[in-house]
Design a protein around this ligand. Sequence first.
Ligand code: PDD
Length: 280
Amino acid sequence: MANISYVNGLYCNIQEAKISINDRGYHFGDAVYEVILYSNGIFYDYEEHIKRLFNSLKLINIKFHLSEQQLKIIIKNLFKLNRVNFGSIYIQVSRGVADRNHSYFGLCSKPVLTMIVSKKKNNISDDIKGVKAITMVDNRWSRPDIKTTQLLPNVLAKTFANEKNAYEGIFIDHEGYITEGSSSNIWIINNNNEILTREIDGKILSGITRKTIAKFVKKNNFKLLEKKFTKDELLRSKEVFLTSASSFVTPIIQIDNFKINNGIVGKTSIELRNLYFKNF
Ligand code: PDD
């Protein structure tokens, strides 16, 4: 983790950063967030992430006091102060500070902006190892399309996966279709060489990395189908990979007890991962 964070108008050392015990983000998860990847002066998909942040704010009716330009200045300052070459920024906006009350009706609280810069290991080499995942029931609320900090089902899913020596938990809806990972979007390549990822149907987060990879997929003449797929299709795939701002494109080589592609990282996943890093 880098040292200088931004909390409610102040740049401060992470150890000294303070938020109120009455912050609604703390009480209710009444907050939205973004994670943006940064590498040597470049923010990956910056505009798209900021657009989604403002959309999330609108969807839960938080009236944010900063403009996109003001936000950008603070973000750039933070990277300068932290001297991070490869990392990410976590941006959170909560509804603000108020006596604990579920309703925010009539509340005039000022939103609280917090930002933390994290250093990442440089791990973008070609010989990337694949990861394991496990499947589980999607027991989240009915609006996983909004990027809120209310992430308890995701937290439990990821922890359960880690306890089983897996990197990601993959959610399955009540009809047996894959929704997404606990913190990623899921993709498969089937035996007809079609690349599938679930359509944006309100049951998944509209991932920014997903959108960028979808563009690369089309540009490079792969066949893309934005369409939901079952657990059976997932397990019979030639290749499976996940995408997110923090895991980029990461191949999955085992799901539950089934090996994907005999446990070997597939070449299309690697190709897409390389395209992602080369095109910014
Ligand atoms: N998570 N789906 C979920 C549930 C997510 O939490 C994320 C990202 C994604 C991928 O979205 P994007 O490509 O825009 O990062 C999909 C972030 C990285 C996190 O919670 O840390």
